[in-house]
Design a protein around this ligand. Structure first.
Ligand code: ZN
Length: 121
C-alpha cells in the first residue's frame, strides 16, 4: 500500500516546493528491478538425507520473482551472493523511485483538486 502524504493540509506554495525537491531526487537507476526477492528452504530428493526426516531443510535459496501480468510470474534462482546483492540493490532503487512517484502523484492530485497547474513552477 502507498504511504499517504498529508497534501491537503499544506499550502500550494509548500506543495510546489516539495514537488521541486521530489523532482530533483529522480535519477535513472540502470540496475533498476521491479521484482521481489524470495527466500526458500527445501527438501532434496535423497531418501537418506536429514531433510527427509526431522533435520533442517536445505537453503536458504533466493529467487527473484517478477509479476508480469495476472498469473504470469517470471521466477528464477539467484545462484550467487553477487546476484542476490545486485537484486537487492536494484529492487531498492526501483522502490525508491516508486515512492517518489507516489508522493509526486498525490501532490499533483491535490493541485488538480485546487484547480492549480501541474506544470507551472
Ligand atoms: Zn536433503
Amino acid at each position: 500500500m502507498a504511504q499517504i502524504h498529508a497534501t491537503a493540509r499544506k499550502s500550494t506554495l509548500a506543495l510546489r516546493q516539495r514537488k521541486r525537491w521530489l523532482l530533483a531526487q529522480f535519477a535513472p537507476a540502470p540496475d533498476g528491478l521491479r521484482a521481489s526477492l524470495v527466500e526458500r528452504f527445501s527438501r532434496c530428493g535423497k531418501a537418506n538425507c536429514h531433510c527427509q526426516r526431522d533435520g533442517p531443510k536445505h537453503g536458504p535459496f533466493y529467487f527473484l520473482t517478477q509479476c508480469l501480468a495476472v498469473g504470469k510470474i517470471n521466477k528464477f534462482l539467484l545462484k550467487t551472493s553477487a546476484q542476490r546483492q545486485a537484486a537487492q540493490e536494484g529492487i531498492a532503487h526501483v522502490r525508491r523511485l516508486q515512492e517518489l512517484m507516489e508522493e509526486l502523484s498525490q501532490i499533483n492530485a491535490e493541485l488538480l483538486r485546487r484547480d492549480e497547474s501541474l506544470t507551472d513552477e
